[in-house]
Write a protein that binds this ligand. Structure first.
Ligand code: MTE
Length: 319
């Protein structure tokens, strides 16, 4: 009875929280009975079963439609709807992730093998973009720390550098006349930030594998930092001694720093960070363009967990 009802809800039809929650209950039930593999899959997405994490927020989820059509993924264009229109060209299977640098056990992971070997968790996180909007997204992923533990960082490793795929044949903005960023898209974290339990590598959202526009097949998610730190379609993770370069600070060092912690007290030169607008929240069409703005919290509300990482640091200087 339960099974028939739940499988009637196709992934593409999940646009609101209650439908997702109904399907989610089913997913966990199915996983427990070992039936997850029997679920229907849409063209690109596959169901994933995951355990619920206590590190989730209980705020209202942003509708799937907004999560998958209002995106930044400059390899596919600079408009918010470019990634959902263009990212279908990306081949995500097979996918290798190279982990190297200052580690004892460098590895070339096949993503499917990696996913099978670590328990997936669902983490519902608030996400805050530097442009002043926010979302609440049910990610599925693994703690980055559990991957780093396997490759054994050496004592001299102080940072983790991340790199996105370069494949102009499938990423139109990498071959166009106008190149919005230098490629590959690169990001970095301090090792203690990377090891923090809130930092995950996401392989899915809303109960399924990641849509391509959201960074399939694997992306970083760091919820207390502005969204641009959460690099998509990762192919390389390297442990380094020096602070890694990051795409946005390479492009505009005055506007973007390495740390990029959500901080309502430090404005971006073009956007106030004091308040934010929740995408998809009530307040009219155009992705909630007229939705009421509400105050942004230090570290995006994750201060209790992460503020101690920055004790004694001047966060105006290290923005
Ligand atoms: N990763 C890559 N490779 N390329 C990008 O352009 N954009 C970043 C980040 N990761 C980006 C990226 C920015 S600016 C944001 S706000 C988030 O992805 C958006 O993630 P979302 O589209 O899943 O909400």
């Amino acid at each position: 009875m339960l099974i028939r009802k739940s499988t009637d809800i196709r992934p593409s039809e999940i646009t609101d929280q209650s439908a997702y929650m109904r399907r989610r209950e089913f997913m966990y039930g199915a996983a427990a009975l070992g039936m997850a593999a029997a679920l229907p899959a849409s063209a690109f997405a596959m169901p994933l079963s995951a355990i619920k994490s206590p590190l989730s927020t209980d705020e209202t989820l942003t509708p799937l439609k907004d999560v998958t059509t209002y995106n930044n993924f400059y390899e596919f264009g600079t408009d918010k709807d470019d990634p959902s229109k263009n990212a279908h060209t990306l081949t995500t299977k097979p996918w290798k992730v190279k982990v190297d640098g200052l580690v004892n056990k460098p590895a070339d992971y096949d993503l499917d093998d990696l996913i099978k070997s670590i328990a997936l968790e669902e983490r519902i996180y608030r996400m805050r973009c530097v442009e002043g909007w926010s979302m609440v997204i049910p990610w599925i992923g693994v703690p980055l720390a559990s991957v780093l533990a396997r490759i054994e960082p050496q004592g001299s490793a102080k940072y983790v550098a991340f790199e996105t795929l370069v494949r102009p044949a499938e990423m139109p903005a990498q071959k166009g006349f106008f190149q919005p960023l230098p490629w590959p898209y690169v990001e970095g974290l301090r090792l203690d930030e990377a090891m923090h339990p809130l930092t995950i590598l996401a392989v899915g959202l809303y109960g399924e594998t990641l849509p391509k526009q959201n960074g399939a097949p694997i992306r970083l998610v760091v919820p207390w930092k502005y969204g641009f730190k959460s690099i998509k379609s990762v192919v390389r993770i390297s442990l380094t001694e020096k602070e890694p370069k990051t795409s946005w600070s390479l492009q505009n060092p005055r506007e973007y720093g390495f740390y990029s912690n959500v901080n309502p007290a430090v404005d971006h030169p073009r956007w106030s960070q004091a308040t934010e607008r929740r995408i998809g929240a009530s307040g009219g069409g155009l992705g909630g363009l007229f939705a009421k703005r509400h105050p942004t919290l230090p570290f995006n509300g994750y201060g209790d967990q992460v503020a101690s990482l920055y004790t004694g640091m001047d966060l105006k200087k290290y923005y």
